[in-house]
Design a protein around this ligand. Structure first.
Ligand code: IMP
Length: 224
């Protein structure tokens, strides 16, 4: 049976038992509607043996129904939704900013910290307001990224990556997205938004989680 990359729906029935191979490349569906994430995922995972296909390129692709329990649960929901619809190996990423003095908040609520339809700027502005009187030494935070891999045979695996640092007092830099302009990684004097995209990917939570995934996929690819 031939698979169409775009256009017609792909049967939800698994077409391959375990990993899905398209000739000699490993075909992987990326389940995200966030273009900033998709750009980073593509840069980090890019490899000659890997074919990355955005879930949004499948016509009729449903939006994953995320919950509010954990990053792990949300990453799995994104990956499963794409895997069940396409029958192909799929990955989902869920990321949160965890601030020590806020007991790990906004965490799983990072995208809607300032409300359901909040923009990146709204969320950053609320965070800076909340932390207004908090001194530098108490502004520690970390990004946690969870990447879920869902395979057609039913197997699933999670990969986690962290980036530790602190929150500064005003936004700086134009690169990156989300909370990058206010997050200074440990060992750096600049925010993530002031670093080049390749340097951010090298030390970021997403870079770490996705490189673990890539090693795992490479082993699967070599074993098939
Ligand atoms: P989600 O994983 O799509 O739910 O992302 C949650 C929110 O976290 C996003 O809306 C961004 O505001 C923020 N976020 C996710 N990844 C990053 C990142 O790499 N840097 C900065 N903020 C991020």
């Amino acid at each position: 049976m031939r698979l169409e990359k775009t256009g017609a729906c792909i049967a939800a029935t698994p077409l391959y038992p375990e990993a899905s191979m398209n000739e000699d490349r490993f075909r992987l569906v990326i389940s995200t509607s966030n273009q900033d994430k998709l750009r980073e995922v593509t840069e980090i995972l890019s490899a000659s043996w890997l074919e990355l296909v955005p879930f949004s390129s499948f016509s009729g692709a449903p939006a994953p129904k995320e919950g509010s329990f954990s990053l792990e649960e949300n990453a799995l929901i994104k990956a499963r939704t794409a895997r069940d619809f396409t029958g192909l190996p799929s990955v989902g990423d869920d990321t949160g900013l965890e601030v020590d003095i806020l007991d790990g908040k906004p965490g799983v609520f990072s995208s809607r910290y300032a409300g359901e339809k909040a923009s990146y700027a709204d969320n950053v502005s609320k965070l800076l307001d909340v932390l207004q009187s908090i001194p530098r030494q108490e502004r520690a935070a970390r990004f946690k990224c969870v990447v879920a891999l869902a395979l057609p045979g039913g197997k699933e695996k999670l990969f986690r990556g962290y980036c530790w640092g602190h929150l500064c007092f005003e936004p700086k830099g134009d690169n990156g997205f989300g909370y990058d302009p206010v997050f200074v990684p440990n060992g750096k004097k600049s925010t993530l938004a002031q670093l080049s995209p390749s340097l951010k990917n090298k030390l970021s939570h997403r870079g770490k989680a996705l490189r673990s995934l890539k090693r795992h996929l490479r082993k699967m690819h070599e074993a098939s």
